[in-house]
Ligand binder design. Sequence first.
Ligand SMILES: [Zn+2]
Length: 214
Amino acid sequence: MHKPFFHTSIISAANGGAGLLLFVVLLVTVGCKVSNNPLRKTLRSLQNGSTTDDTSYVYRLPYDSNTSHLVVQGYFSPYSHNDRAAIDFKMKRGTRVLAARSGVVIKTKSDGTRGGTKMKYRADGNHIIIQHGNEARSSYWHLETNGVKVNVGDTVQEGQFIGLSGKTGYALFPHLHFSVSRNDGSKGSWMQTGCRFRTSKGIVYLRPFRRYSL
Ligand SMILES: [Zn+2]
């Protein structure tokens, strides 16, 4: 089912280093465990443009406008996003991470030093969570040790420099894990969801193994 991705991914891996190559091998061998989450289907139809009545917020790509980054895992990708509506941008350590939307910083962790694919590293992931009104939150994970450049309570503007990317926490190679959660209103619980981005290719839902710039 995911075969069409593999060919392109292997080409991308060729200039992406050993970690990414290993990731591709894992993708091929991990099988096609597909999530039952109904959001998976919804996001597929948004990605391919068959859902057009979309008024959701358009986010800014979380990096500098003169750069582009490869999406190595997308929504419900079959490696570690099996059941996650999140995006992984391949990023060298120390890359500037910018706020994808204005808001208030509600949580940070900056003292994690370890990273890798052992479950015990999960708690080491440095991160920033920004709240956007009552409606949404965006999260930025695997940041460099001491790579968080904002404090809880800070108001940040869309496009503002907030931290440096890294490989802390559960990560096979350096990348930025980005996700948006929405409050479902009824229970006050936060659910991961997809989001649109403004890109040089127009306003789109990002797809794996494509490179995006502003
Ligand atoms: Zn991820």
